[in-house]
Design a protein around this ligand. Structure first.
Ligand code: PLP
Length: 378
């Protein structure tokens, strides 16, 4: 394989709920969740059943034809947005969902895109062009032209950048890959106003914040706004590859036959898994629990010596450390049977399964406190 991921630290062979086991039989509490992907954890019975039944019946037909799981999922997503005008394009990943957003924004006749510094929207050429992290873009330039980056959480800069030439503004409700950065209340509402007065599309990249992770379905609802586009992936497929680009309202031009496509996008198996995941979250009323769990974790974690701040909402949290030892903590935690991730040198990101229990949160806090103590005090 290419070395783009470096040499992996472990090989896993099975999972169950919030736990995974490596090839030596060692058990880990998984607080990375496949990077915010396994929303129902590992091997969840609802996902296993949905996928098994679907693969027995019909696994792929191409997008020349319709299938029940796809129609059902489109209807569910439309309901979750609360907008009967919502129109959905299915793909396989977050980058592809953002590619679809970029392409559909071109149908306005405008070409400029405004994105945020530090933002992350994917690794394909188009999605990379709107990713506000220069080190990731630099080796692959020239990328798409007419993309401008403005500081995140800065409405003055946004107001200056957006004009009648702007096709689309795209931001994450919480910058995940950049270290779980939460903007001030009113930021998204402010962008909404700026887009309205310039006739620009407002796209929310909810690839990481979406599907209930923040205690809301997409992570922007508490701002009381309606974006024009939502992009989804990561948790959408309940652990299977699936992405979506959803247009809302009537500001966004619609794709006409032949203008876009994806062979595997919205295939029956991934859609069946997504339907099962959404049904489970709704049936178990998980959103309220997730919001509470986030507050609980914050209150416990800020008490630990060496933690300076805990950012984020629900089960997307960034533990800000007093030291720059995040990667050492990740390695040490792994030895202690806990999977974590460090998006940068002083932040630990948590994105566990949404089905995690209070008992597992307590187990996590205990291992994390011990790990931090071991790393700091030798
Ligand atoms: C992970 C991520 C992406 C890219 O998703 P892929 O499925 O890896 O292409 C895009 N946007 C955000 C906010 C993400 O967190």
């Amino acid at each position: 394989m290419q070395n783009n991921y470096g040499v992996p630290a472990l090989t896993f062979i099975k999972g169950d709920g919030a736990y995974v086991w490596d090839e030596n039989g060692k058990k880990y509490l998984d607080f990375l969740g496949g990077i915010a992907t396994n929303i129902l954890g590992h091997a969840h019975p609802a996902i296993v059943k949905a996928v098994t039944n679907q693969v027995k019946e019909l696994s792929h037909v191409s997008n020349f034809y319709a299938h029940q799981p796809g129609i059902e999922l489109a209807e569910k997503l439309q309901d979750l947005t609360g907008d009967p005008a919502a129109r959905i394009f299915f793909c396989n990943s977050g980058a592809e969902a953002n590619e679809a957003a970029i392409k559909i924004s071109r149908l306005t006749g405008r070409t400029e895109i405004i994105a945020a510094e530090g933002g992350f929207h994917g690794r394909t050429a188009g999605a990379l062009s709107i990713t506000g992290q220069e080190t990731k873009r630099k080796p692959f330039e020239p990328l798409l032209p007419r993309v401008k980056f403005v500081p995140f959480d800065d409405l003055t800069a946004m107001r200056k950048a957006v004009s009648g030439r702007t096709a689309m503004v795209i931001v994450e409700p919480i910058q995940g890959e950049n270290g779980v950065i939460v903007p001030k209340p009113g930021y998204l509402a402010g962008i909404r106003k700026i887009c309205n007065s310039n006739g620009a599309i407002f796209a929310i990249d909810a690839v990481q914040t979406g599907m209930g992770r923040t205690g809301e379905w997409f992570g922007y609802e508490s701002e009381g706004i309606h974006p024009d586009i939502i992009t989804l992936a990561k948790g959408l497929g309940g652990g299977l590859p699936l992405g979506a680009m959803i247009s809302l309202g009537n500001n966004v031009p619609a794709f006409k036959p032949g203008e876009h496509g994806s062979t595997f996008g919205g295939n029956p198996i991934s859609c069946a898994a997504a339907n099962a995941a959404i049904d489970f979250i709704v049936k178990k009323d998980l959103l309220e629990k997730i919001a509470y769990f986030g507050e609980y974790l914050k209150s416990e974690l800020v008490e630990i010596p060496g933690v300076s701040e805990v950012r984020g909402r629900g089960l997307l949290l960034g533990i800000v450390l007093e030291s720059n030892l995040a990667s050492m903590i990740v390695a040490k935690a792994q030895g202690n049977g806990l999977l974590l991730n460090a998006p940068n040198k002083n932040v630990i990101r948590l994105a566990p399964a949404l089905i995690v229990s209070k008992k597992q949160l307590k187990e996590f806090v205990k291992i994390f406190a011990r790990t931090l103590n071991e790393v700091t005090n030798g």
